[in-house]
Design a protein around this ligand. Sequence first.
Ligand code: NAD
Ligand code: SER
Length: 317
Amino acid sequence: MPRILITGSLGQIGTELSEKLREKYGKENIICTDLRAPKNNNCDPFYTLDVLDTVSFEHIISSNDIDWLIHNASILSATGEKDPHLAMRVNFRGFDNAIELARKYNLRIISPSSIAAFGPSTPRVNTPDNTVMRPNTIYGVSKVYVELLGEYYNHKWGTDFRTLRYPGIISYKTPPMHGTTDYAVAIFHEALKNKKYESFLKEDMLLPMMYMPDCLKATIGLLEVDSSRLKQRSFNVSGMSFNPEQISDAIKKYIPEFQISYNPDYRQEIAEGWPNSLDDTAAREQWNWKPEYDLDAMVVDMLGNLSDILDIPFDKK
Ligand code: NAD
Ligand code: SER
């Protein structure tokens, strides 16, 4: 069994990824860490860790006999534009620490990238893996940095670095709070609670998205594949693409009285620099990636699960 350390493990993705990995590899082999303390002890073994604290980061790795590192600690796009210096510290210096420790302790490392690694001059439709990458957000710049430095460590020292460019991730267990794609989660909460939602993105802002079960499948797929099968280290992964009007229409099939209105804010400008859709042929060919959820399947599953959590009746029909 590999021993796996996760940074930023209390975040939207880390919470569910750590649960899934515990089921697969045993609770004792998944070492969770975050800047914040957990609300319960479901996360044990857990360490409070600031990824900028190199000494503690190294001590946790060396004293827990770690094999694989999942470096999820990051400042996301919306928070990053509000405080670029915070994003520079956590996303650049935090990754420097993670990749250097991966080299020193010979760890396999996954540090997620994002659709934000692309920019306004990137071809936006079916964006390929290798294309123009000139992002105009600090979050996007940090993701290009992760990809290029990780690939350099792989080339120079053989460090087993891997990354995947997640689209916006949609889930019901841990609310996202720091990104531009978060509207696609908030809309479900408001649809169930208030039957209306004011979108901070324009109605036709088409973005690539992915449901959490597919995000976990993609992450574990890339984590487990034998290194010899990888012809590259950074991969697009695609789920579905929709805009606020299309997700609103999909929700209305189940909640006919639901109403959406639009009041775009600074996040609209961030989203305008990102692709509409991704070409993930390399991931499909090199590690058999294939998503399971389309828009309708995701919407019905989200509404069903969130209505249970919020204790709001919902008729699946
Ligand atoms: P999140 O914001 O929900 O969680 C990030 C976690 O990092 C938080 O729990 C936070 O407490 C922790 N953190 C912040 N600063 C830290 C520090 N200095 N030291 C240690 N921990 C710190 O993010 P997420 O959605 O779980 O994202 C995980 C990874 O996936 C990130 O690299 C993110 O950029 C990437 N990603 C996410 C999405 C998405 O839609 N959620 C899309 C593309 C890429
Ligand atoms: N979902 C992320 C964000 O909006 C994209 O990486 O910041």
